[in-house]
Design a protein around this ligand. Structure first.
Ligand code: 0X9
Ligand code: ZN
Length: 397
């Protein structure tokens, strides 16, 4: 775990305020006695003649003033000031915890595994049923790619939307009484934290695997175990589409794999990415469409229907470009789950690309509520969207 990670966790336990901005600051301490007093509260990064440098949450730095020390901020970590509405890893966890607390009996916390640097990969199960893995199940995940921060916001805010409207909206109540919704908003916490670790964006995509040749990172969306190693992935560790040393070599993809496998009644899955405003479905690894005609019709029908609400372009993944080892190819290939990728807004680099600003969060979340509800609704019997359900294979009823 990084030093930053250790400090963040420490701050959580000491102050219960994980969401305070991390700051690097000078604390003026001119001698050994003063430095020791500072050291009683902080891990000291550096000692200079008149001051020490520490990294700590802003609220904690305020406390040191009461002990008679002055401080000066050197650097702010986390999201840049204008983007503070986005959730850091700690803030994402705080929000998940808050949901569990606010909606007991409806929202439960789940930890699906640990990232390479040891961060818990957290999510929530939302359902009024206490019988886990017994009802039709829809899975939503976000942030395979570190810099795609909007892909955290959408599933996270979807979770609150569902929970908060359970008692107000009959349709949502009906869905959560008869389905299980699982939401894991941050599959790549190490990468996401790294991307914002200096206070300005690093354009980081992969996880933080040390590849051993002074390059870092595996592209988690090339590391899944279906058609791993093929077109649209790289064997070169320095590449942004580096596939890793083997299928599922990364703890993050292992965690998603085991989590999805364990959801015995999962029929639909949506993985959020940014950007380009697309709705994508398998195959990504080859040009040819899914050969099972019925399944192909379900994907196309669902994809096009969801596009009527968010106005994204619906197409099979390989229309964009070939990739191998992505989440949706694996989920459909191994588990026959109807798995979609949404490339959220903006539509282009000109609209802000990976960093479109905080003003897009609300509209993008709104655009994607209806598609998400549609998936949850149809998790009961995806084949019903083409009028040929499992229950009624000939479409007579
Ligand atoms: O390349 C990816 O992993 C996804 N795009 S992103 O810009 N978010 O990195 C797209 C994955 C969808 N699959 C295929 N196009 N095959
Ligand atoms: Zn992505």
């Amino acid at each position: 775990m990084s030093v930053f990670g250790v400090l963040t966790l420490w701050a959580v336990s000491a102050f219960g305020q994980a969401s305070d901005t991390m700051l690097q600051a000078k604390i003026f301490a001119a001698n050994r006695v003063e430095r020791t007093r500072v050291g009683n509260s902080f891990a000291i990064d550096m000692v200079l003649p008149d001051y020490v440098v520490v990294t700590a949450p802003s609220n904690q730095l305020e406390e040191i003033k009461k002990l008679g020390f002055a401080y000066e901020v050197l650097k702010s970590r986390g999201f840049p000031e204008a983007d503070k509405e986005y959730h850091t890893y700690a803030q994402t966890n705080d929000e998940l915890d808050a949901l569990v607390k606010e909606f007991p009996g409806l929202v439960q916390k789940v930890t699906i595994g640990k990232s390479l640097e040891g961060r818990a990969m957290n999510g929530v199960r939302i359902s009024s049923s206490s019988l886990q893995d017994s009802l039709p199940t829809a899975i939503f995940v976000g942030c395979h790619h570190a810099r795609e921060h909007l892909s955290v916001e959408v599933p996270l805010r979807l979770a609150r939307h569902l929970a908060a409207n359970y008692s107000k909206d009959g349709r949502i109540k009906g869905l959560l009484d008869s389905r299980e919704v699982w939401i894991v908003p941050m599959v790549n916490p190490d990468g996401a934290e790294y991307d914002i670790s200096t206070g300005s964006y690093k354009w980081w995509r992969k996880n933080r695997k040390n590849n051993g040749n002074s390059t870092y990172g595996v592209d988690l969306n090339r590391n899944y175990g279906a058609y791993w190693g093929g077109e649209g992935s790289s064997g070169s560790p320095s590449s942004d589409t580096y596939r890793g040393t083997s299928a599922f070599s990364e703890p993050e993809t292992q965690a998603v794999r085991d989590f999805v496998r364990a959801r015995k009644h999962a029929t639909v899955l949506l993985t959020f990415h940014t950007f380009s405003e697309l709705i994508l479905w398998p195959w990504g690894y080859r040009d040819e469409s899914i050969s099972d005609e019925k399944d192909r019709n379900v994907f196309e029908t669902m994809g096009k229907k969801m596009a009527t609400w968010n106005h994204y372009t619906p197409e099979k993944s390989s229309e964009l470009y070939l990739t191998s080892g992505d989440t949706t190819d694996w989920a459909y290939d191994e588990l026959k789950i109807f798995a979609f990728t949404f490339e959220l807004s903006p539509s282009s680099l000109g609209g802000g690309g990976f960093y479109p600003g905080a003003s897009v969060i609300d509209p993008v979340v709104k655009d994607n509520i209806e598609p998400a509800l549609y998936l949850i609704e149809n998790s009961k019997d995806p084949y019903a969207v083409v009028g040929r359900s499992h229950i009624d294979p000939l479409g007579i009823l």
